[in-house]
Design a protein around this ligand. Structure first.
Ligand code: MG
Length: 646
């Protein structure tokens, strides 16, 4: 139920300053086709009539489209409807993980910061409840949503003026002025994109009158110019800003500056594609979430330009790179469409991913792998390979199929990366027959005050990954060197080494044997001394542990279990440790985690062999044995013997 629009409504300023209104028309190119009546009224000095003519123009304009928003067909999901209704009461959905949503005051306090998580303060200024309000307005015809949106929009302008903006003075976020939150370029660009959706939804509303239109255009133009003057230096932020500037220039071609916004955005995306996408197709932040976001940035820019007649602005190589990035995303996905929770990745909604695949399929109709995923397997075909190495970015996929019965391990061991990337070199996830047995710990939360940062730091630790540590410390270096990648029938071999710590090199050799099970040899060599530990983190379950045999086995009771057994070449102990897995922001589940520890003397090498046997019945584990020899290891699974050379 929507509360009756109340007195608090009148606390909000309902008009923009007169100067903004007159200035808005001056920002437009009045020779633009369709603006003749606006130009005539303006020339006659009748600003009111010019504004009315402009509103009529936009309400009748049909030659500009936004492919992501059809206001006639749109309707809110139940969740969006809730955000819209809560937004009417100033309980704003700002970020997942902070529900029920906080109340921002009858007289909205745009500086309210209930938990010192930076995202909560920044993302307030993305107003994620405004598009849902627009969709709800369209679905219900209830003018109160439009009136409230207009009021909140003007209130935001009034309380968040764009003051002198010098980013170098905003480095301490806990004490930064409000302008650095409200006008951070990433947030500003977010508004450039989604205020197009709001504009389309609310344009027919009573509250969206000529006076409001001028305030909107004035504010919107200020946004685009602010982004033009304050691009982020690099990374996905810069890509987002460029893409959204293109949106602004395409959707509002009437602005005198629109062509320069488009040109700058196109120039940046073309340039950054060469910098930020490795030759193997992975985005250089090495985070599956931002890889997907980057694909969508490049893709959305292309689609927006295409839909509005700005073809040929991107070279053919642009399109080919986007397709290559999509192929990396597909290769690094499990059969349920999820991707490893490496770095700051989070679980993506399968339906949302299907929608994305359908959009990709429209632009790449000849790509069979995309079509297969877009049609849930009814059309198209899986890629013509299984295991695959992305050597530059350091993602290695060991796979025996593409359908739900497949077994897939994805190893991450790449070059140095940036803020989102965790010190997790050598880690991997293992998925088999519908179950992700060794999910990454995830990230749980981004940055903030000390308390929030401590939570983030826990999930970033090297020891909460499926890799090797010295004295439980975080890795000092991630610069993996590929020694060998070989695929042959029945055996895939991955051999890597990383200078993990001063005085300790971690060499990890992974064999995917008989397309069924994994053998891992970990060697910690060098002058360093201390406790070397090998870490494995299971999915949420109640496994059976045998510490004396360094063994742990899941017992799901459905015939799809995993046995882990570690053989130390030196005395090795197994202990259970604190374990968590977080698939969405601010949500985490406890899970069984294990460390297998051995003492390392200076100059000596610590070696562990791990057998990972998925797809078995945990109540009837085969007899497992592994022995280390000079240059090879001997593995026994029941009576079957294997010799693996290293
Ligand atoms: Mg991680």
């Amino acid at each position: 139920m929507i509360r009756q629009v109340s007195a608090l409504f009148f606390l909000l300023p309902l008009t923009a300053p007169a100067s903004a209104q007159t200035a808005a028309i001056d920002l437009l190119d009045l020779t633009h086709p369709g603006l003749e009546a606006v130009a005539a009224a303006q020339a006659a000095g009748d600003e009111k009539m010019a504004a009315e003519a402009l509103l009529t123009y936009y309400r009748q304009r049909h030659n500009v489209v936004c492919p992501d928003m059809d206001p006639v067909q749109t309707s809110p999901t139940p969740e969006e409807r809730r955000w819209a209704d809560e937004g009417m009461e100033h309980r704003f959905f700002v970020h997942s993980g902070y529900q029920p949503s906080y109340h921002y005051g009858d007289d909205i306090d745009w500086q309210y910061w209930p938990v010192k998580d930076n995202e909560l303060r920044w993302q307030l200024h993305r107003m994620k409840w405004w598009v849902p309000m627009g969709k709800t307005y369209r679905a219900t015809g209830d003018e109160r949503y439009a009136a409230e949106w207009c009021a909140q929009y003007l209130d935001w302008i009034h309380k968040n003026p764009l003051a002198d903006y010098r980013e170098e003075e905003a480095c301490d976020w806990l004490h930064a002025d409000n302008v650095y939150f409200a006008w951070r370029p990433l947030e500003t660009s977010d508004r450039l994109e989604f205020q197009i959706h709001q504009f389309l939804c609310f344009l027919p509303a009573d509250a969206f009158d000529a006076e409001f239109l001028l305030a909107f255009l004035d504010n919107y133009h200020r946004h685009a110019e602010h982004v033009m003057g304050h691009f982020s230096a690099s990374g996905n932020h810069l890509l987002f800003e460029a893409q959204r500037l293109i949106f602004a220039g395409v959707f509002f071609p009437e602005f005198r500056d629109a062509a320069s916004w488009r040109a700058r955005g196109v120039e940046i995306l073309n340039r950054e594609m060469g910098k930020q996408v490795y030759d193997d197709g992975m985005q250089y932040e090495l985070d599956p979430h931002y890889h997907l976001e980057s694909i969508n940035i490049f893709f959305k820019a292309l689609r927006m330009m295409d839909a509005n007649g700005y073809r040929n602005e991107f070279p053919a190589e642009y399109l080919a790179t986007v397709e290559r990035m999509i192929e990396v995303h597909i290769a690094c996905s499990f059969p349920d469409c999820t991707t490893p929770l490496f770095s700051d990745n989070r679980r993506h909604d399968t339906e949302m991913l299907r929608t994305i695949y359908r959009q990709w399929a429209e632009v790449f109709p000849g790509n069979e792998a995309i079509r297969r995923l877009a049609t849930e397997g009814h059309e198209g075909a899986a890629p013509d390979y299984f295991s695959h190495a992305f050597r530059t970015s350091g993602f290695y996929v060991l796979r025996n199929g593409w359908d739900k019965n497949a077994t897939v391990a994805i190893v991450k061991a790449g070059p140095p990366a940036f803020w989102h990337n965790q010190p997790d070199n050598g880690t991997f996830e293992l998925w088999s027959r519908g179950r992700n047995f060794l999910p990454d710990s995830g990230c749980y939360v981004y940055g903030g005050d000390k308390e929030v940062q401590q939570l983030r730091n826990w999930f970033r630790q090297t020891c909460v990954h499926n890799t090797l540590t010295l004295d439980n410390r975080n890795l000092e270096k991630s610069e993996s060197r590929l020694i060998q990648w070989r695929t042959e029938p029945g055996l895939t071999t991955l051999d890597l080494e990383n200078p993990s710590y001063e005085g300790l090199t971690h060499r990890r050799t992974v064999w995917f044997v008989d397309e069924r099970f994994f053998v891992i040899l970990d060697q910690a060599e060098g002058e360093a001394a201390g406790q070397v530990a090998l870490h494995y983190h299971l999915v949420e379950c109640e496994p059976v542990e045998e510490a004396s045999k360094c063994t742990v086995t899941t017992r799901f009771g459905d015939g799809n279990d995993l046995a882990i057994r570690v053989f130390g070449a030196q005395p090795t102990t197994m202990e259970r440790r604190e374990g968590w897995v977080s698939r969405t922001y601010r949500q985490r589940n406890p899970r069984p985690s294990y460390a297998f520890t051995a003492k390392k003397e200076a100059g000596h090498t610590v070696r562990f062999i791990t057998l990972l046997l998925p797809g078995i019945d945990g109540a009837a584990v085969p007899r497992l044995d592994a022995t280390l020899h000079d240059g090879y290891i001997r593995v026994k699974i029941d009576k079957k013997r294997y010799k693996l050379e290293y």
